[in-house]
Design a protein around this ligand. Structure first.
Ligand SMILES: [Zn+2]
Ligand SMILES: [Zn+2]
Length: 210
């Protein structure tokens, strides 16, 4: 405690404005944490794309260039980072549920994305009510810079179009999720319907669909 008794943001130590005095973290820090949580699922998704180049299920058709390349081993250090990142988000979400006296979190299909979404949704509560939000902010920032650093900027995923696979709940409609291609990868995986596309065939399909 300083003798001025002016409370400070526990994340960046800036003195809080009068309107922020009930908070543990200032508004700019909340925005930064929110941005990190918004971006993390895409970053982790991109890391999945780098795990095992060329190992995805390809659509029919010979790929002479790909088949002549040696099979790359799975990148264990990336797998470890993904597992650690998922565990970090899960333990924070479980902690928040505990504080809120909610039942422990459960996940349907994609624990990382679902945990990130739930943490993002409850962030306004955490910056006001959770005394350890500074630890949370630091760990989320570390995950973000870790993932960004693992992804070579030249290999950052690009949006290439919308998933043309039939939607699970209505096969007459296309899935429509945004597809992201990591340069150099041989496959593209849809985050919604989990269809794995051969990158070259997908490029042709999207071009024909225009
Ligand atoms: Zn701050
Ligand atoms: Zn899809």
């Amino acid at each position: 405690m300083t003798h001025t008794d002016r409370p400070t943001c526990t994340v960046c130590t800036r003195p809080l404005w009068d309107a922020e005095r009930h908070r543990y973290a200032c508004r700019p820090c909340e925005r930064r944490i929110a941005d990190h949580l918004d971006q993390l699922p895409d970053l982790i998704h991109d890391l999945h794309g780098l795990l095992a180049p060329g190992s995805g299920r390809a659509l029919d058709g010979p790929r002479t260039r790909a088949s002549s390349e040696p099979q790359a081993p799975i990148r264990l250090h990336i797998l470890d980072r993904i597992a650690a990142a998922t565990a970090t988000l899960d333990s924070w979400l479980a902690d928040w549920h505990d504080h809120l006296e909610w039942t422990p979190p459960t996940y349907r299909a994609d624990p990382f994305t679902e945990a990130a979404t739930a943490l993002r949704a409850n962030l306004p509560w955490a910056v006001e009510q959770h005394a350890a939000v500074d630890d949370f902010a630091r760990e989320i920032a570390e995950l973000h810079s870790d993932a960004t650093g693992l992804l070579d900027p030249a290999r950052r995923a690009r949006r290439i179009g919308h998933c043309p696979a039939p939607a699970a709940d209505d096969p007459t409609q296309a899935c429509g999720a945004v597809l992201r291609y990591v340069p150099g990868a041989t496959t593209v995986t849809c985050r919604w319907c989990r269809t794995v596309w051969d990158a070259i065939d997908l490029g042709v399909a999207l071009a024909l669909a225009v």
